[in-house]
Design a protein around this ligand. Structure first.
Ligand code: G6P
Length: 353
């Protein structure tokens, strides 16, 4: 218990460590005064072709976010579940850069995909938290996310650090050092602290702890956050939870929406207007809507509850939105008395494929 620093669970401690984890990830990589991003580990990395991300679980959701960021910067990037990489017959050439995202650096499915890429002559890079891990040893390049040790099985601070590291990677690969992104990266740890200090997620969790199921919707970057929000809810509460790209609601999942199914809607960035349209669809079916947004005045009128996040620009605000969802899941699980740090049937690192 000494390691929990007074928190009831490692997971809550690690959620609260996120501002520090972010500062460590960004230190000496984002310059304090100038508009510069320098990741020393990537100095010799070259990328002339397309980028393929491979990952599992929460790391896969970070990789989806990363692929979207690279495309934003004009780089052709796709994201694959590591367990499907071989099964889907993904073409790999010696011009492909294959990026593994794995906090442990030991996940068997991710290692399998990276080894396949190595054998096919691709350049491999891993983003990992663990120095000397199998992935760090076997890939051509390694970038550390510097989150510090994570004990809770459900990944929290490593996810945030992966996202920040991916923002740095996208800037390095594209050679674009957008002043706005750099400004927002510098401000991100303080904004995350603000979310932790002001969050009303516990009250939302208390109100909806008895729900039949939880849905999470978002578009673009927020589609990956919706998937992660649902995964976290499943992992630690054992309740039915699903995340969707908001546009897919009407193609099936809407049939599940009732007044007993809270819908968490991620409403930030340039996809906000369309997601508000999706909120109206679920509201019309009586579902309570919890909007996670940086624009409460505009969105509040369509939602029964608002979990507010500061504006950190179009690329980084979704990182803050995810923190609100981590807290909701945590507090639902705490009320249900679940084994939060070691959920049933799950392991921190899955070393069998
Ligand atoms: C396990 C953990 C997940 C994690 C996944 C990938 O399933 O329970 O929390 O996201 O492995 O782990 P990695 O170490 O590759 O990021």
């Amino acid at each position: 218990d000494a390691g929990k620093s007074g928190y009831d669970h490692y997971m809550l401690k690690e959620i609260h460590e996120q501002p520090t984890a972010l500062r460590k990830c960004l230190r000496e990589r984002v310059s304090e005064l100038e508009h510069e991003i320098t990741v020393e580990e990537l100095a010799t990395l070259e990328c002339s072709g397309s980028v393929q991300f491979v990952a599992c679980g929460t790391s896969y959701h970070a990789a989806l976010y990363g692929a979207r960021l690279l495309r934003e910067n004009g780089i052709s990037a796709q994201c694959f579940l590591a367990s499907e990489y071989d099964a889907q017959r993904i073409p790999i050439t010696d011009e492909t850069l294959v990026v593994g995202v794995t906090q442990s650096g030991e996940t068997a499915d991710t290692m399998g995909a990276l080894r396949m890429a190595n054998q096919a002559g691709a350049t491999t890079l891993v983003l990992t938290n663990v120095v000397g891990s199998s992935a760090a040893r076997e890939c051509d390049h390694v970038m550390y996310i510097r989150a510090g040790p994570e004990i809770g099985v459900a990944a929290t601070k490593t996810f945030v650090s992966q996202q920040a590291a991916l923002a740095l990677l996208s800037s390095e690969l594209s050679g674009s050092e957008a002043p706005a992104l750099i400004k927002h990266l510098r401000g991100l740890p303080d904004k995350l602290q603000h979310v932790l200090d002001e969050s009303t997620a516990q009250a939302v969790a208390e109100e909806f702890v008895d729900a039949d199921a939880y849905f999470f919707i978002g578009r673009g970057y927020n589609a990956s956050v919706a998937l992660e929000g649902a995964l976290k809810m499943k992992e630690i509460t054992y309740k039915h939870a699903e995340g969707f790209a908001a546009g897919e609601l009407k193609h099936g999942p809407l049939a599940l929406v009732t007044d007993q199914t809270p819908v968490f809607a991620l409403v930030t960035g340039d996809t906000a207007a369309k997601t508000i349209g999706s909120i109206k669809e679920v509201e019309a079916r009586g579902a309570p809507v919890i909007a996670v947004t940086d624009r409460p005045a505009e969105v509040g009128q369509y939602a029964s509850h608002v979990l507010e996040v500061p504006d950190a620009g179009p690329y980084l605000t979704p990182i803050l939105a995810n923190v609100q969802l981590q807290l909701v899941s945590y507090w639902v699980a705490a009320q249900l008395g679940r084994s939060i740090d070691k959920p049933r049937n799950l392991a921190k690192s899955v070393t069998v494929d």
